[in-house]
Design a binder for this molecule. Structure first.
Ligand SMILES: [Zn+2]
Ligand SMILES: [Zn+2]
Length: 346
C-alpha cells in the first residue's frame, strides 16, 4: 500500500517504510520543478522501501527514471539511504551540505571496526560499565561491523549552499543551515505562497530538525579522527531552532510523522524542553557524576532499566551534549583527575 499525500502547489509526500524501526517511515517529499521532479530525501536502503518509493513516485505522476535531483536534508540512512539507487536509475544529481558530505566521505574511508573502537574507548571514559562495553568488543571481534548502515552511503555530486536560492528553475527554494542533529543538517524553505493561502512565508521541508511530536537526537558530532575538537551541538541546535522559528512559515513538512502548522509554537516547546533538561541536569550535578551516571538519572521516554543497549549509547551522547552546553555556559565543570571523568555544578 503506497501512501502518498498531495500537498498542492506541486508538492507531495511519500511514506517510505523504515524496517524494524519505531519511527515507522520517512516522509520523502517530491517537488515539481521546470527541469524535472526533485526529491527531498530518499529513505532507508531496503528492497521494500525502494519499491514503496518507486510506487509513490509513480502515484505522483512521474517515474524514478525521470527524477532530476535529490536534495538530502542530512546524511542519516533513513534520509540518504536510497539516494545512490535513485541516481543509478535516473542520473539525478545528489546534493548535500558540505559538513554532512564530509561525514559521508569520512565514514566511507574508515576501516569499519574503527568506529566500534572509538565508541568503546569513549564510553569507557564516560563511565560505562563492563556489561555495556562487552557487546561492542564482541561485535568488533566477530567482524559484524560490515553490516553497520551508512558505510557505503552515496557521495553527493553537489553542495547545498545555504542562503542563496537553489538553482531550481520554476521554484523559489532556499537552504537554511540548521546544525545540531547532524553538523550539516539543512532545512529547505519553499519561499512561495502557500497553495491554500495559509498565512505565513511559504513552506519548510524540515528534515529531522523540527518534528511535530518527537525531539531529534542531539549528540556530539562524534568524529573518530578528531576526538579533540570540542563541539557544542546542543548550542548549535538551539540557535538553529530559534532561526527557524523566526522564519514564520505557514506549514512545516517534516521527514517523519506528519505535516503541521504554527511552527513557532512547536519551536517554543522544544526550546522549553531543552531548557528544563539543562536545569534538571544542573540540579543533578550537586554531586560529581560521570556522563554514564548522568544518563542513568536523566528522564527518558521509559525507565533506564528498559532502555536497550543501542539506545543507552545514544542516551549517553545526548546526556554529554547537555553537559557540554552547561560547561560552555559556565554552569558545570569536570572534576580534575577523575578516571572516568566526573562533572559537578559550579
Ligand atoms: Zn536524522
Ligand atoms: Zn530521520
Amino acid at each position: 500500500m503506497t501512501q502518498v499525500i498531495e500537498h498542492g502547489g506541486g508538492v507531495w509526500s511519500i511514506k517510505v517504510p523504515i524496517p524494524d524501526n519505531p519511527l515507522g517511515h520517512t516522509l520523502v517529499h517530491l517537488l515539481d520543478t521546470d527541469p524535472g521532479p526533485v526529491l527531498v530525501d530518499t529513505g532507508w536502503d531496503d528492497p521494500d522501501s525502494w519499491d514503496t518509493l518507486a510506487a509513490g513516485v509513480a502515484a505522483c505522476g512521474t517515474t524514478v527514471e525521470d527524477l532530476h535531483g535529490v536534495l538530502v536534508t542530512h546524511h542519516h540512512p533513513d534520509h540518504h539511504g536510497l539516494s545512490g539507487r535513485v541516481r543509478e536509475t535516473s542520473g539525478a544529481w545528489i546534493a548535500m551540505h558540505a559538513a554532512d558530505a564530509h561525514v559521508v566521505r569520512r565514514t566511507r574511508a574508515q576501516e569499519p571496526g574503527r568506529w566500534l573502537d572509538y565508541l568503546a574507548t569513549k564510553l569507557a571514559a564516560a563511565g560505562a560499565p563492563d556489561e555495556h562495553l562487552a557487546p561492542l568488543h564482541a561485535a568488533r571481534a566477530s567482524g559484524r561491523t560490515r553490516t553497520l548502515p551508512g558505510l557505503n552511503a552515496a557521495l553527493p555530486d553537489r553542495e547545498i549552499v545555504p542562503g542563496e536560492l537553489l538553482d531550481l528553475a520554476g521554484r523559489r527554494l532556499r537552504a537554511i543551515w540548521t546544525p545540531g542533529h547532524t553538523p550539516g543538517h539543512v532545512c529547505l524553505h519553499l519561499d512561495e505562497e502557500h497553495p491554500a493561502r495559509h498565512p505565513g512565508r511559504g513552506r519548510l521541508f524540515s528534515g529531522d530538525h523540527l518534528l511535530p511530536g518527537i525531539t531529534p537526537h542531539i549528540g556530539l558530532y562524534e568524529d573518530p579522527d578528531d576526538p579533540a575538537t570540542v563541539t557544542d551541538p546542543l548550542g548549535d541546535y538551539l540557535d538553529s531552532l530559534e532561526r527557524i522559528g523566526r522564519l514564520g512559515v505557514a506549514e512545516v513538512l517534516p521527514a517523519h510523522q506528519h505535516a503541521f502548522t504554527e511552527p513557532a509554537a512547536r519551536v517554543a516547546e522544544l526550546l522549553d524542553h531543552h531548557e528544563a533538561r539543562l536545569s534538571d541536569l544542573r540540579t543533578l550535578l550537586a554531586a560529581p557524576l560521570t556522563p554514564w551516571q548522568i544518563a542513568e538519572r536523566m528522564e527518558w521516554n521509559r525507565p533506564w532499566e528498559q532502555i536497550p543497549h543501542g539506545s543507552r549509547t545514544i542516551a549517553v551522547s545526548e546526556a554529554e551534549a547537555h553537559l557540554r552546553r552547561l560547561v560552555k555556559l559556565g554552569f558545570a565543570e569536570a572534576v580534575p583527575g577523575g578516571d572516568p571523568v566526573t562533572y559537578q555544578a559550579v
